[in-house]
Design a protein around this ligand. Structure first.
Ligand code: BES
Ligand code: MN
Ligand code: ZN
Length: 506
């Protein structure tokens, strides 16, 4: 993250910055504070709204420069019409940030006096707006040493302090604290995905995660000797062509009342760069494979979020970190490896490496922690993008309840998942003549055969696999994300935990 946005809450009678964002509902209908401001401006705001035929439609806006009677340089009217859900509120906050930063204002005031807050309290309304603005504010600019004058990017010279005026500023600040913790997790995930692979290899990734101990996580780093002792040969095979050693990192958050309560477990694919190995990828677009650790980034971000908001749950995060390179020591197509589970794998395509990493990470997770559920995340297949585009991540699940919980969390957060099938007929496609299984299926159903492969390493534990190849990176800018690395999944899984696996009283 390049320049963090500072968000403050103050009362509706608080001081206002030169740039003011006012909310207007369908009509347009002004809230109490907006009405008072319009009175001071002798009706100039409403007059301008009428002249512009501004109707208060969702996220529509107009700008009124130097209105009479008010010191402000500009007032931005932002439509709230139809704002109902949490996601609507986040998007509204993101839209407010976008309006402000496009005008290069360093400070601004957002007046959160909704005509109709919907089903939520005023403080939740204000806190959601704040989270939306914060998520939108993220940029990754640490490697830009020169300012490009032709660049229209919003954050440069952008907003530093946003003050949100609302009815209950103290309650809003309190409600915002938990949301801020989740945003910190999203930002960690985005940072990790955006970082180039020369800077962030498996060792450096593990070092970053070790720093999370300062937030209260118990962090263990397993080096190659540890991984050899555990017989994680499938994971090690992926990294064996790289000059950079592989790692597995285990993060633990013990937030439940009882330390012995069964944990929920999250496992992430962390291929810091995926060249394809000896089955090398074509050059075009290969740079995107710096993001092939998006699953691991999400798991790290989630664990940080849970720790920072002091979640009442025991949670385990495990990431398998390796670099997939072609070299004289790289694995070859046709190699057979014995995974930690004892099952043997014929590696027919070294570019189907994510499942090799996860095979051992999933087995280890299940074996050591006996979790009540496992969710894995992986930028696993191009095929999932062929199936679902970039709107939904693929959800593969052996448990109806967990699948429903994930779908529900997806709808609320906007990190949407679409259920895909699993089954015997698909499973057969990865049987091998020479070993227990091969690491690729046939021509069709590539995302499904990838998931079937993973299922062979989770036994009967309730398990979900999220194929996030389309959503973790380059998934398109929107109201609450302007970054290539999206941080997809952190809010989804934080919500899964909060709604289903946390003790109610903190
Ligand atoms: N990391 C890729 C999948 C990927 C592709 C993620 C594009 C994000 C964007 C994965 O390791 C891979 O190469 N998968 C192969 C599997 C195939 C060899 C069975 C693929 O999808 O082509
Ligand atoms: Mn690959
Ligand atoms: Zn990969």
């Amino acid at each position: 993250m390049s320049q963090p946005l500072d968000i403050q809450f103050a009362s509706l009678s608080g001081e206002m910055a030169p740039t003011i964002v006012l909310l207007a509902d369908e009509g347009p209908a002004f809230g109490s504070a907006a009405k008072r401001l319009d009175e001071r401006a002798k009706g100039a705001l409403r007059k301008a709204a009428d002249a512009a035929e501004f109707k208060g439609k969702s996220r529509s806006s107009i700008e009124i420069l130097a209105p009479t009677g008010i010191e402000a340089r500009r007032v931005l009217l932002l439509g709230t019409g139809g704002t109902k859900t949490e996601l609507d509120r986040l998007r509204l906050g993101g839209a407010a940030f976008g309006l402000i930063s496009a005008r290069k204002a360093e400070t601004a005031t957002l007046v959160a006096d909704p005509v109709d807050a919907g089903q939520v309290s005023e403080e939740v309304f204000a806190a959601d707006l704040a989270l939306g603005a914060l998520l939108r504010s993220y940029t990754f600019e640490k490697y830009r040493s020169k300012k490009n004058d032709n660049d229209e990017d919003e954050k440069r010279d952008g907003l530093r302090t946003l003050t949100i005026l609302c009815a209950k500023p103290d309650a809003a600040a309190k409600a915002f604290a938990g949301r801020k913790a989740v945003a910190d997790g999203v930002f960690l995930a985005r940072d990790l995905v955006n970082e180039p692979a020369n800077v962030l290899g498996p060792v450096e990734f593990a070092e970053r995660l070790q720093e999370l101990a300062s937030s209260g996580l118990v962090v263990e780093v397993l080096d190659e000797d540890d991984l050899k002792a555990l017989k994680m040969n499938a994971l090690l095979a992926v990294g064996q062509g790289s000059a950079r050693p592989s790692r597995v990192v285990v993060m633990q958050w013990n937030g439940a009342k009882s330390k012995r309560a069964k944990p929920v477990c999250f496992v992430g694919k962390g291929v810091c760069f995926d060249t394809g190995g000896i089955s090398i990828k074509p050059a075009g677009g290969m740079e995107d494979m710096k993001g092939d650790m998006g699953g691991a980034a999400c798991v790290a971000g989630l664990m940080l979020a849970l720790a920072k908001r002091n979640a009442g749950v025991n949670a385990i995060g495990i990431v398998g970190l390796a670099e997939n390179m072609p070299s004289g020591t790289a694995q070859r197509p046709g190699d057979i490896v014995t995974s930690m589970s004892g099952q043997t794998i014929e590696v027919l395509n070294t570019d189907a490496e994510g499942r090799l990493v996860l095979a051992d990470a999933l087995w280890y997770a299940n074996d050591r922690f006996k979790p009540r559920l496992i969710v894995d995340l992986a930028t696993l297949t191009g095929a999932i993008m062929v199936a679902l585009g970039k709107e939904y991540a693929g959800l593969f699940c052996n448990d109806e309840r967990l699948a429903k919980e994930l779908e529900a969390a997806g709808e609320v957060t906007g990190d949407k998942v679409w259920r895909m099938p699993l089954g015997k007929a698909y499973d057969r496609l990865i049987d091998s003549k020479n070993a227990d299984m091969k690491n690729i299926g046939g021509r069709y159903g590539g995302a499904i055969t990838g998931a079937q492969f993973l299922q062979r390493f989770v036994k009967d534990t309730p398990w979900a696999h999220l194929d996030i190849a389309g959503t973790a990176m380059d998934s398109g800018r929107n109201e609450i994300n302007q970054s290539w690395g999206s941080g997809w999944g952190v809010r989804l899984l934080d919500r899964l935990v909060a709604d289903n696996y946390e003790r109610p009283e903190k």
